[in-house]
Ligand binder design. Structure first.
Ligand SMILES: C[S@@+](CC[C@H](N)C(=O)[O-])C[C@H]1O[C@@H](n2cnc3c(N)ncnc32)[C@H](O)[C@@H]1O
Length: 295
């Protein structure tokens, strides 16, 4: 572990080769790089790698800082109900990038489910565990309970999407539960990153940095987006964005229909509650009207 936290301001060796600007992790890459540099972990395990946005930031840090870290990425590389299913080219592309830029690093891509892969880590101690698989409450709880026991005593567990409240996303609920019993820090941007410390001393050392981290990494994230967002509207990224919007639209329409039904039911309820009152008011109105205008 290094004495001081360093902020990386360079570019990544694989910059612009991944088409990953829409990945939720894009704005957290520099933090990923810096946390690896600080921690100098012997073993990193990532649960949920997809294209490799987070994982490659770890790989790049290991390379630039000449660390002897073993890096494991675990994923079925088939997708899930939240990312959607994706094609085998995603993994092929990741392999190519690793071969091109990180071939001298000790990297293993484990194409298995998290539950199956866990048996091969029984005798290992993980120093940095990144939990970023399916984001339902039950899935994240299962991943944590299964893998937490394999982390080392100075280890860190990082969780992505702790502030994402999209339908079906439950990391924020799970995070609010475990936060109560653990040493934790947070980054709020890019859907939120939760950092859980196994060791109090490590936590105490880094705690004073939390607000500087927030200011620095959220600004760097914005700069990176502006700098790297592709201008060409017909790019594959724009299509991917369109797909995401369509999914969002479907969810919105469904929720809207649910709300309309709820509203109809409430109006009916209100009508029955009010009908007796309305009758009374109407009677009063007609009797007053008769008195004044005689009919
Ligand atoms: C949110 S993505 C990971 C994002 C990635 N960390 C990044 O930086 O962009 C989640 C990934 O977890 C994988 N996944 C979800 N549940 C899994 C499970 N139980 N076993 C293996 N892979 C799983 C999916 O295939 C998907 O690629």
């Amino acid at each position: 572990m290094k004495r001081a936290w360093k902020y990386y301001s360079g570019v990544f060796a694989h910059e612009n080769e991944l088409d990953d600007i829409l990945s939720g992790w894009y704005g957290l890459r520099k933090f990923g790089y810096d946390v690896v540099n600080y921690l100098e972990p012997k073993i990193i395990v990532e649960l949920g790698t997809h294209k490799g946005t987070s994982f490659l930031s770890f790989c790049n840090s290991v390379r630039n800082n000449t660390l002897s870290t073993k890096l494991y990425a675990i994923d079925t590389w088939q997708g899930d109900s939240q990312t959607g299913l994706y094609v085998s080219e995603v993994l092929e592309k990741l392999k190519k990038i690793i071969k091109k830029h990180y071939s001298t690093q000790n990297i293993k891509l484990v194409k298995k489910s998290f539950n199956t892969a866990v048996t091969q880590f029984k005798n290992k101690k993980i120093d940095l565990l990144h939990i970023d698989g399916l984001h339902t409450y039950n899935a994240v709880k299962n991943d944590y309970n299964l893998w937490n026991k394999l982390t080392s005593e100075n280890g860190l567990i990082i969780f992505h999407d702790i502030h994402c409240k999209n339908p079906g996303f439950g990391v924020h609920i799970f995070w609010s539960e475990i936060k109560k019993e653990n040493y934790t820090l947070e980054l709020k941007h890019s859907n939120g990153l939760g950092i859980l410390f196994k060791n109090r001393e490590v936590y105490e050392k880094l705690r004073p940095l939390e607000s500087s981290w927030q200011a620095y990494y959220s600004t760097v994230a914005q700069l990176d987006y502006y700098k790297n967002f592709p201008k060409n509207k017909k790019s594959s990224l724009a299509k991917e964005y369109e797909e995401k919007l369509k999914t969002l639209e479907k969810v919105t329409i469904r929720r809207n229909n649910e709300l309309i039904k709820e509203n109809d039911a409430l109006v009916k309820q209100l009508a029955t509650i009010n009908s007796s009152n309305i009758q009374k008011i109407a009677q009063k109105y007609y009797s007053t009207r008769k008195k004044i205008i005689g009919k």
